[in-house]
Design a protein around this ligand. Structure first.
Ligand code: PLP
Length: 391
Protein backbone atom coordinates (compact mmCIF):
# COMPACT_ATOMS: atom_id res chain seq x y z
CA UNK A 1 0.00 0.00 0.00
CA UNK A 2 1.51 3.40 -0.91
CA UNK A 3 1.74 5.84 1.99
CA UNK A 4 -0.67 8.71 1.42
CA UNK A 5 -0.71 11.89 3.47
CA UNK A 6 -2.33 11.29 6.87
CA UNK A 7 -4.84 14.06 6.21
CA UNK A 8 -6.36 11.91 3.44
CA UNK A 9 -7.74 9.61 6.14
CA UNK A 10 -9.86 12.50 7.34
CA UNK A 11 -11.22 13.50 3.94
CA UNK A 12 -14.78 12.32 3.29
CA UNK A 13 -16.72 12.16 0.04
CA UNK A 14 -20.12 12.61 -1.56
CA UNK A 15 -21.90 9.25 -1.66
CA UNK A 16 -24.25 10.41 -4.44
CA UNK A 17 -21.48 9.84 -6.98
CA UNK A 18 -20.84 6.30 -5.68
CA UNK A 19 -24.52 5.39 -5.77
CA UNK A 20 -24.77 6.80 -9.29
CA UNK A 21 -21.85 4.57 -10.36
CA UNK A 22 -23.50 1.49 -8.79
CA UNK A 23 -26.84 2.32 -10.43
CA UNK A 24 -25.10 2.67 -13.80
CA UNK A 25 -23.39 -0.71 -13.27
CA UNK A 26 -26.80 -2.32 -12.63
CA UNK A 27 -28.19 -0.64 -15.75
CA UNK A 28 -25.28 -2.01 -17.78
CA UNK A 29 -26.48 -5.48 -16.71
CA UNK A 30 -29.95 -4.68 -18.07
CA UNK A 31 -31.70 -3.52 -14.88
CA UNK A 32 -34.14 -0.60 -15.01
CA UNK A 33 -33.28 1.97 -12.34
CA UNK A 34 -35.09 5.21 -11.46
CA UNK A 35 -32.48 7.80 -10.56
CA UNK A 36 -33.39 9.85 -7.51
CA UNK A 37 -29.89 9.99 -6.06
CA UNK A 38 -28.13 12.89 -7.74
CA UNK A 39 -28.71 16.56 -6.98
CA UNK A 40 -28.86 17.94 -10.47
CA UNK A 41 -31.69 19.40 -12.52
CA UNK A 42 -32.77 17.03 -15.31
CA UNK A 43 -33.44 20.05 -17.59
CA UNK A 44 -31.10 21.31 -20.29
CA UNK A 45 -29.28 24.59 -19.76
CA UNK A 46 -31.52 27.38 -21.19
CA UNK A 47 -30.76 28.02 -24.89
CA UNK A 48 -29.81 31.70 -24.46
CA UNK A 49 -27.07 30.67 -22.02
CA UNK A 50 -25.75 27.93 -24.32
CA UNK A 51 -25.70 30.43 -27.20
CA UNK A 52 -23.74 32.93 -25.11
CA UNK A 53 -21.20 30.21 -24.31
CA UNK A 54 -20.82 29.34 -28.01
CA UNK A 55 -20.50 32.99 -28.93
CA UNK A 56 -17.79 33.45 -26.31
CA UNK A 57 -15.82 30.57 -27.84
CA UNK A 58 -16.07 32.24 -31.26
CA UNK A 59 -15.03 35.55 -29.74
CA UNK A 60 -11.85 34.01 -28.35
CA UNK A 61 -12.65 33.69 -24.62
CA UNK A 62 -10.37 30.67 -24.64
CA UNK A 63 -7.42 32.09 -22.70
CA UNK A 64 -6.44 32.44 -19.06
CA UNK A 65 -8.18 35.22 -17.17
CA UNK A 66 -7.71 36.75 -13.71
CA UNK A 67 -7.87 34.17 -10.87
CA UNK A 68 -10.85 35.83 -9.18
CA UNK A 69 -12.84 35.96 -12.44
CA UNK A 70 -13.29 38.27 -15.44
CA UNK A 71 -13.78 41.88 -14.22
CA UNK A 72 -17.04 42.33 -16.17
CA UNK A 73 -18.44 39.11 -14.70
CA UNK A 74 -17.46 40.04 -11.13
CA UNK A 75 -19.25 43.35 -11.67
CA UNK A 76 -22.35 41.57 -13.02
CA UNK A 77 -22.42 39.25 -10.01
CA UNK A 78 -21.89 42.13 -7.55
CA UNK A 79 -24.81 44.07 -9.08
CA UNK A 80 -27.04 40.98 -9.09
CA UNK A 81 -26.30 40.04 -5.46
CA UNK A 82 -26.63 43.64 -4.25
CA UNK A 83 -30.11 43.87 -5.76
CA UNK A 84 -31.25 40.34 -5.00
CA UNK A 85 -30.16 40.24 -1.35
CA UNK A 86 -30.63 43.93 -0.64
CA UNK A 87 -27.01 44.44 0.38
CA UNK A 88 -24.17 46.52 -1.01
CA UNK A 89 -21.22 44.65 -2.49
CA UNK A 90 -18.75 45.45 -5.28
CA UNK A 91 -16.64 43.41 -7.72
CA UNK A 92 -13.79 43.35 -5.18
CA UNK A 93 -16.01 41.17 -2.97
CA UNK A 94 -16.63 38.53 -5.66
CA UNK A 95 -14.50 35.46 -6.33
CA UNK A 96 -15.60 33.25 -9.24
CA UNK A 97 -14.81 29.53 -8.99
CA UNK A 98 -15.39 26.33 -11.00
CA UNK A 99 -18.72 25.52 -9.28
CA UNK A 100 -19.82 26.75 -5.87
CA UNK A 101 -18.15 23.83 -4.12
CA UNK A 102 -14.56 25.22 -4.23
CA UNK A 103 -15.79 28.16 -2.13
CA UNK A 104 -16.19 25.69 0.77
CA UNK A 105 -12.70 24.31 0.27
CA UNK A 106 -10.90 27.57 -0.41
CA UNK A 107 -12.89 29.43 2.22
CA UNK A 108 -12.02 26.92 4.93
CA UNK A 109 -8.39 26.66 3.76
CA UNK A 110 -8.13 30.42 4.13
CA UNK A 111 -9.80 30.58 7.55
CA UNK A 112 -9.21 27.45 9.61
CA UNK A 113 -6.30 26.35 11.76
CA UNK A 114 -6.13 22.90 13.36
CA UNK A 115 -8.25 22.82 16.51
CA UNK A 116 -10.61 25.63 15.47
CA UNK A 117 -14.26 24.75 16.02
CA UNK A 118 -16.77 24.81 13.18
CA UNK A 119 -20.53 24.54 13.70
CA UNK A 120 -22.24 22.89 10.74
CA UNK A 121 -25.64 21.37 9.95
CA UNK A 122 -25.99 17.59 10.36
CA UNK A 123 -27.60 16.09 8.35
CA UNK A 124 -26.01 18.47 5.86
CA UNK A 125 -24.06 18.65 2.62
CA UNK A 126 -21.31 16.05 3.28
CA UNK A 127 -18.48 18.20 2.00
CA UNK A 128 -18.80 20.56 4.99
CA UNK A 129 -17.83 17.85 7.49
CA UNK A 130 -15.27 16.39 5.10
CA UNK A 131 -13.35 19.65 4.64
CA UNK A 132 -13.58 20.65 8.31
CA UNK A 133 -12.00 17.35 9.29
CA UNK A 134 -9.45 17.47 6.50
CA UNK A 135 -8.29 20.81 7.87
CA UNK A 136 -7.80 19.26 11.32
CA UNK A 137 -10.51 21.53 12.72
CA UNK A 138 -13.20 20.31 15.12
CA UNK A 139 -16.53 19.53 13.46
CA UNK A 140 -19.36 20.43 15.86
CA UNK A 141 -22.73 19.26 14.51
CA UNK A 142 -25.92 21.33 14.71
CA UNK A 143 -28.61 18.68 14.54
CA UNK A 144 -31.56 19.14 12.15
CA UNK A 145 -34.63 17.21 13.19
CA UNK A 146 -37.89 16.44 11.42
CA UNK A 147 -39.83 17.36 14.62
CA UNK A 148 -38.36 20.85 14.24
CA UNK A 149 -39.08 21.02 10.49
CA UNK A 150 -35.32 20.70 9.94
CA UNK A 151 -34.74 24.18 11.39
CA UNK A 152 -31.68 24.77 13.55
CA UNK A 153 -32.30 24.32 17.26
CA UNK A 154 -31.52 27.85 18.47
CA UNK A 155 -30.75 26.69 22.04
CA UNK A 156 -28.24 24.24 20.63
CA UNK A 157 -26.59 26.98 18.55
CA UNK A 158 -26.37 29.17 21.67
CA UNK A 159 -24.89 26.31 23.72
CA UNK A 160 -22.31 25.31 21.14
CA UNK A 161 -21.10 28.76 20.12
CA UNK A 162 -17.97 29.72 22.07
CA UNK A 163 -14.81 31.78 21.72
CA UNK A 164 -13.12 28.93 19.77
CA UNK A 165 -15.89 28.88 17.13
CA UNK A 166 -14.05 30.11 14.05
CA UNK A 167 -16.86 29.41 11.62
CA UNK A 168 -20.55 28.59 11.50
CA UNK A 169 -22.00 27.09 8.33
CA UNK A 170 -25.59 27.94 7.45
CA UNK A 171 -27.43 26.44 4.49
CA UNK A 172 -30.84 27.58 3.34
CA UNK A 173 -32.70 26.09 1.50
CA UNK A 174 -30.99 22.92 2.62
CA UNK A 175 -29.52 19.85 1.12
CA UNK A 176 -30.54 17.12 2.03
CA UNK A 177 -33.74 18.03 3.87
CA UNK A 178 -35.24 20.66 1.57
CA UNK A 179 -35.88 22.63 4.78
CA UNK A 180 -35.42 26.35 5.11
CA UNK A 181 -34.14 28.55 7.91
CA UNK A 182 -36.92 31.06 8.61
CA UNK A 183 -35.98 34.75 8.62
CA UNK A 184 -36.67 35.02 12.37
CA UNK A 185 -34.24 32.18 13.15
CA UNK A 186 -31.55 33.79 11.03
CA UNK A 187 -32.08 37.08 12.83
CA UNK A 188 -31.76 35.28 16.17
CA UNK A 189 -28.50 33.65 15.07
CA UNK A 190 -27.15 37.03 13.93
CA UNK A 191 -27.97 38.32 17.42
CA UNK A 192 -26.00 35.47 19.03
CA UNK A 193 -23.05 36.01 16.69
CA UNK A 194 -22.73 39.65 17.78
CA UNK A 195 -21.26 38.29 21.03
CA UNK A 196 -18.58 36.45 19.01
CA UNK A 197 -17.06 39.05 16.68
CA UNK A 198 -14.26 36.68 15.54
CA UNK A 199 -16.62 33.98 14.24
CA UNK A 200 -17.00 33.79 10.46
CA UNK A 201 -20.10 32.62 8.62
CA UNK A 202 -20.27 30.45 5.51
CA UNK A 203 -23.78 31.00 4.18
CA UNK A 204 -24.48 28.40 1.51
CA UNK A 205 -27.28 29.97 -0.54
CA UNK A 206 -26.93 27.83 -3.68
CA UNK A 207 -30.65 26.94 -3.59
CA UNK A 208 -31.87 30.49 -2.90
CA UNK A 209 -33.82 30.63 -6.19
CA UNK A 210 -35.53 27.29 -5.50
CA UNK A 211 -37.99 28.40 -2.84
CA UNK A 212 -41.65 27.50 -3.20
CA UNK A 213 -43.60 29.45 -0.60
CA UNK A 214 -41.31 31.93 1.14
CA UNK A 215 -38.72 34.56 0.28
CA UNK A 216 -35.04 33.91 0.74
CA UNK A 217 -33.44 35.23 3.93
CA UNK A 218 -29.68 35.87 3.99
CA UNK A 219 -27.84 36.54 7.23
CA UNK A 220 -25.85 39.24 5.41
CA UNK A 221 -28.81 41.64 5.69
CA UNK A 222 -28.31 41.88 9.47
CA UNK A 223 -25.99 44.58 10.85
CA UNK A 224 -22.37 43.50 11.21
CA UNK A 225 -22.78 40.18 9.37
CA UNK A 226 -21.77 41.01 5.77
CA UNK A 227 -18.33 41.97 7.09
CA UNK A 228 -17.65 38.38 8.15
CA UNK A 229 -19.75 36.24 5.85
CA UNK A 230 -18.93 34.24 2.75
CA UNK A 231 -22.05 33.81 0.63
CA UNK A 232 -21.74 30.72 -1.56
CA UNK A 233 -23.88 30.77 -4.70
CA UNK A 234 -23.67 29.58 -8.27
CA UNK A 235 -25.29 28.49 -11.49
CA UNK A 236 -25.56 24.69 -11.20
CA UNK A 237 -29.00 24.49 -9.66
CA UNK A 238 -30.87 27.65 -10.75
CA UNK A 239 -29.83 27.46 -14.40
CA UNK A 240 -29.26 23.68 -14.80
CA UNK A 241 -25.54 24.27 -15.37
CA UNK A 242 -23.95 21.54 -13.21
CA UNK A 243 -21.49 20.39 -15.88
CA UNK A 244 -20.35 23.90 -16.79
CA UNK A 245 -18.79 24.26 -13.33
CA UNK A 246 -19.53 27.84 -12.40
CA UNK A 247 -20.07 29.34 -8.97
CA UNK A 248 -18.85 32.16 -6.77
CA UNK A 249 -18.35 33.49 -3.30
CA UNK A 250 -19.16 36.96 -1.94
CA UNK A 251 -16.87 37.95 0.90
CA UNK A 252 -14.91 40.82 2.45
CA UNK A 253 -12.20 42.05 0.10
CA UNK A 254 -9.31 40.96 2.35
CA UNK A 255 -10.58 37.38 2.34
CA UNK A 256 -11.37 37.55 -1.40
CA UNK A 257 -7.67 38.27 -2.04
CA UNK A 258 -6.68 35.17 -0.07
CA UNK A 259 -9.24 32.95 -1.79
CA UNK A 260 -8.12 34.25 -5.21
CA UNK A 261 -4.52 33.40 -4.23
CA UNK A 262 -5.63 29.83 -3.47
CA UNK A 263 -7.22 29.74 -6.93
CA UNK A 264 -3.96 30.93 -8.50
CA UNK A 265 -2.25 28.03 -6.75
CA UNK A 266 -4.83 25.46 -7.78
CA UNK A 267 -7.06 26.06 -10.80
CA UNK A 268 -5.41 29.33 -12.03
CA UNK A 269 -8.76 30.83 -13.03
CA UNK A 270 -12.34 29.85 -13.78
CA UNK A 271 -13.02 28.92 -17.44
CA UNK A 272 -13.24 32.11 -19.49
CA UNK A 273 -16.04 31.32 -21.97
CA UNK A 274 -18.12 29.72 -19.22
CA UNK A 275 -18.05 33.02 -17.32
CA UNK A 276 -19.45 34.80 -20.38
CA UNK A 277 -22.33 32.29 -20.39
CA UNK A 278 -22.82 33.07 -16.69
CA UNK A 279 -23.20 36.77 -17.53
CA UNK A 280 -26.04 35.90 -19.86
CA UNK A 281 -27.63 33.69 -17.17
CA UNK A 282 -27.80 36.61 -14.71
CA UNK A 283 -28.73 39.38 -17.15
CA UNK A 284 -30.85 37.53 -19.75
CA UNK A 285 -34.49 36.35 -19.53
CA UNK A 286 -35.36 34.36 -16.41
CA UNK A 287 -38.40 32.51 -17.85
CA UNK A 288 -36.70 29.13 -18.18
CA UNK A 289 -35.45 29.23 -14.59
CA UNK A 290 -38.96 30.17 -13.41
CA UNK A 291 -40.53 27.35 -15.45
CA UNK A 292 -38.11 24.84 -13.93
CA UNK A 293 -39.04 26.02 -10.46
CA UNK A 294 -42.74 25.56 -11.18
CA UNK A 295 -42.12 22.05 -12.47
CA UNK A 296 -40.09 21.22 -9.34
CA UNK A 297 -42.98 22.41 -7.20
CA UNK A 298 -45.40 20.09 -9.01
CA UNK A 299 -43.04 17.16 -8.57
CA UNK A 300 -42.46 17.94 -4.90
CA UNK A 301 -46.18 17.93 -4.17
CA UNK A 302 -46.67 14.67 -6.09
CA UNK A 303 -43.75 12.87 -4.42
CA UNK A 304 -44.55 14.00 -0.88
CA UNK A 305 -48.18 12.98 -1.28
CA UNK A 306 -47.19 9.55 -2.62
CA UNK A 307 -44.55 8.90 0.05
CA UNK A 308 -46.96 9.73 2.86
CA UNK A 309 -49.33 7.03 1.59
CA UNK A 310 -46.67 4.37 2.21
CA UNK A 311 -46.89 2.71 5.63
CA UNK A 312 -43.74 3.34 7.68
CA UNK A 313 -42.77 6.48 5.73
CA UNK A 314 -43.45 10.06 6.91
CA UNK A 315 -42.46 12.98 4.72
CA UNK A 316 -42.62 16.72 5.43
CA UNK A 317 -43.40 19.15 2.61
CA UNK A 318 -40.04 20.88 2.12
CA UNK A 319 -39.98 24.60 1.39
CA UNK A 320 -37.07 24.62 -1.05
CA UNK A 321 -34.33 22.90 -3.11
CA UNK A 322 -35.33 19.69 -4.94
CA UNK A 323 -35.02 17.09 -2.20
CA UNK A 324 -37.32 15.30 0.19
CA UNK A 325 -36.00 13.65 3.34
CA UNK A 326 -38.67 11.25 4.61
CA UNK A 327 -38.40 9.48 7.95
CA UNK A 328 -38.41 5.74 7.38
CA UNK A 329 -37.95 4.45 10.94
CA UNK A 330 -41.35 2.77 10.54
CA UNK A 331 -39.69 0.27 8.21
CA UNK A 332 -37.59 -1.02 11.12
CA UNK A 333 -34.23 -1.14 9.33
CA UNK A 334 -31.17 1.15 9.29
CA UNK A 335 -31.34 3.75 6.54
CA UNK A 336 -28.21 2.49 4.72
CA UNK A 337 -29.71 -1.00 4.53
CA UNK A 338 -33.00 0.36 3.17
CA UNK A 339 -31.19 2.49 0.57
CA UNK A 340 -29.06 -0.46 -0.55
CA UNK A 341 -32.03 -2.83 -0.82
CA UNK A 342 -34.10 -0.21 -2.60
CA UNK A 343 -31.42 0.09 -5.27
CA UNK A 344 -30.38 -3.56 -5.60
CA UNK A 345 -33.83 -5.13 -5.30
CA UNK A 346 -36.29 -2.29 -5.77
CA UNK A 347 -34.69 -0.49 -8.74
CA UNK A 348 -34.74 3.00 -7.18
CA UNK A 349 -31.49 4.87 -6.54
CA UNK A 350 -31.78 7.05 -3.41
CA UNK A 351 -29.37 8.04 -0.66
CA UNK A 352 -29.29 6.97 2.94
CA UNK A 353 -29.74 9.89 5.33
CA UNK A 354 -26.42 8.84 6.88
CA UNK A 355 -24.65 9.95 3.68
CA UNK A 356 -25.26 13.44 5.12
CA UNK A 357 -23.89 12.76 8.59
CA UNK A 358 -24.65 10.49 11.52
CA UNK A 359 -27.77 12.50 12.41
CA UNK A 360 -29.36 11.58 9.08
CA UNK A 361 -30.06 8.07 10.42
CA UNK A 362 -33.70 7.05 10.03
CA UNK A 363 -34.14 8.98 6.76
CA UNK A 364 -33.70 8.59 3.02
CA UNK A 365 -33.02 11.41 0.59
CA UNK A 366 -34.81 11.46 -2.74
CA UNK A 367 -34.00 14.09 -5.34
CA UNK A 368 -37.08 14.99 -7.37
CA UNK A 369 -35.06 16.26 -10.30
CA UNK A 370 -36.75 13.63 -12.44
CA UNK A 371 -39.96 13.47 -14.50
CA UNK A 372 -43.40 12.98 -12.92
CA UNK A 373 -43.63 9.73 -14.84
CA UNK A 374 -40.41 8.43 -13.28
CA UNK A 375 -41.43 9.69 -9.84
CA UNK A 376 -44.66 7.73 -10.21
CA UNK A 377 -42.72 4.63 -11.17
CA UNK A 378 -40.37 5.15 -8.21
CA UNK A 379 -43.28 5.54 -5.77
CA UNK A 380 -44.73 2.21 -6.90
CA UNK A 381 -41.37 0.55 -6.38
CA UNK A 382 -40.71 2.16 -2.98
CA UNK A 383 -44.17 1.05 -1.87
CA UNK A 384 -43.56 -2.56 -2.99
CA UNK A 385 -40.11 -2.65 -1.45
CA UNK A 386 -41.39 -1.18 1.83
CA UNK A 387 -44.05 -3.92 1.94
CA UNK A 388 -41.40 -6.64 1.55
CA UNK A 389 -39.25 -5.39 4.41
CA UNK A 390 -42.20 -4.65 6.69
CA UNK A 391 -42.82 -8.38 6.27
N1 PLP B 1 -23.95 23.55 -1.72
C1 PLP B 1 -24.90 22.61 -1.62
C2 PLP B 1 -25.77 22.60 -0.42
C3 PLP B 1 -25.08 21.69 -2.65
O1 PLP B 1 -26.05 20.77 -2.55
C4 PLP B 1 -24.20 21.73 -3.76
C5 PLP B 1 -24.30 20.70 -4.83
O2 PLP B 1 -24.90 19.68 -4.71
C6 PLP B 1 -23.23 22.73 -3.81
C7 PLP B 1 -23.14 23.63 -2.78
C8 PLP B 1 -22.22 22.86 -4.92
O3 PLP B 1 -22.72 22.93 -6.18
P1 PLP B 1 -21.78 23.28 -7.42
O4 PLP B 1 -20.36 23.04 -7.05
O5 PLP B 1 -22.24 22.40 -8.54
O6 PLP B 1 -22.01 24.73 -7.71
Amino acid sequence: MPQFARAMERLGTETAFEVLARAKALEAKGRDIVHLEIGEPDFDTPANIVEAGKRALDEGFTHYGPSAGLPEFRQTIASYISKDRGISVGPENVVVTPGGKPIMFYGMLALLDPGDEVLYPNPGFPIYESVIQYMGAKAVPLVLRQENEFRLDLDEVRDKLNKNTKLIILNTPQNPTGGILPAADIEAIAGMLREYPDTWILSDEIYSKLLYESDHASITTHPGMLERTIILDGFSKTYAMTGWRLGYGIMPEALALQVARLETNCNSCPTSFVQRAGMEALTGPQDDAAAMREEFRRRRDFLVDGLNKIEGVECLLPGGAFYVFPRITGLGRPAAEVAKGLLEEGGVAALSGTAFGAHGEGHLRFSYANSLENLDKALGRVSDFAATIRG
